[in-house]
Design a protein around this ligand. Sequence first.
Ligand code: ZN
Length: 101
Amino acid sequence: MNRQCLICDSSAVLTRDAAKGLPLLVGLLDGAIKGAQRPHEGNGHTDLLSGLAAVAPASPEARKAAEDVVRFHFAGFDCLCLRCGALFDETGESKEGLSPG
Ligand SMILES: [Zn+2]
């Protein structure tokens, strides 16, 4: 499953599916951190719980961010090279039915 950049042969290639997960993860973490930082009476356990409770409302926003990342950064391509910034489709798997033959 090792993908390589078509331009610079770097293996630091981010796939569209993997990129979707990143803003989702960041968004969820951000929600949890903000929730935990909220002034709250109690001990560390309740702080953590309020942090986790803040994750749920942040989720739709994070999902929207994930869709925007795919739309703006990948522009319909499958892979993004993190080294040179090239966009390309996965070539390992053939996409049948695209060419008239
Ligand atoms: Zn590259």
